[in-house]
Write a protein that binds this ligand. Structure first.
Ligand code: CMP
Length: 145
C-alpha cells in the first residue's frame, strides 16, 4: 500500500491533544477561521474578573495562570504548547477565574470564539466533553488552592 507523503505544512501545525480526533481538514479549517494572537513575555492574555467570550489553545510558548485574592497573587499553574485555557468562563458564564500571562517571548494562542466552539461541539461532541472535564478538574483544584 502506498504511503501518502506528508504535506510540508503538517510540520508547522501544532500538536493539540484537544483536537486529536478532528480530521485534518477540520483542524486546518479551524486554524483558518480563528485568529492567532501573539504575546511577548509578560503580555496579558486574560484578565481575572472580566467577561469571557473565547477560549485559547497554546500553539507556541507558555503561559502562567495567576489568581489575585485580596493582596495575594498566587500562581495556579503553568501551561505549555498544546494546552488550552479560558474554557471556564466560556462554559459557565462566570467571570474569568484567573489572569493568564505569557511566560515566553513569543507565545502564540489560537482564539476560539463561543460560536466557533458551538459549531465544533455539534460536529465533534468529544471536544466539548474534554473541555467540560478539564473545567471540572480545574474548578476542583482551585477550590483547594
Ligand atoms: P477562565 O476562568 O475562563 O479564565 C482563566 C483560566 O485559567 C480558566 O478559565 C482556566 O482555563 C485557567 N485555570 C484556572 N484555574 C486553573 C488551574 N488550577 N489549572 C490550570 N488552569 C486553570
Amino acid at each position: 500500500e502506498p504511503v501518502a507523503e506528508a504535506a510540508p505544512q503538517d510540520e508547522a501545525l501544532p500538536k493539540i491533544p484537544l483536537f486529536s480526533d478532528l480530521p485534518r481538514d477540520a483542524f486546518i479549517a479551524l486554524f483558518e477561521r480563528c485568529p492567532l494572537r501573539r504575546f511577548p513575555e509578560g503580555g496579558r492574555i486574560i484578565e481575572q474578573g472580566t467577561k469571557g467570550d473565547a477560549f485559547y489553545v497554546i500553539c507556541a510558548g507558555r503561559v502562567r495562570i495567576v489568581r489575585q485574592a485580596g493582596a495575594e497573587l498566587r500562581e495556579l499553574a503553568q501551561l505549555g504548547e498544546g494546552a488550552f485555557f479560558g474554557e471556564m468562563a466560556l462554559l459557565s458564564g462566570a467571570p474569568r477565574s484567573a489572569s493568564v500571562v505569557s511566560a515566553s517571548e513569543d507565545t502564540q494562542v489560537l482564539e476560539i470564539s463561543a460560536p466557533v466552539l458551538a459549531g465544533l461541539s455539534r460536529s465533534y461532541p468529544q471536544v466539548a466533553k474534554a473541555l467540560r472535564r478539564f473545567c471540572r478538574q480545574r474548578l476542583l483544584s482551585d477550590v483547594v488552592n
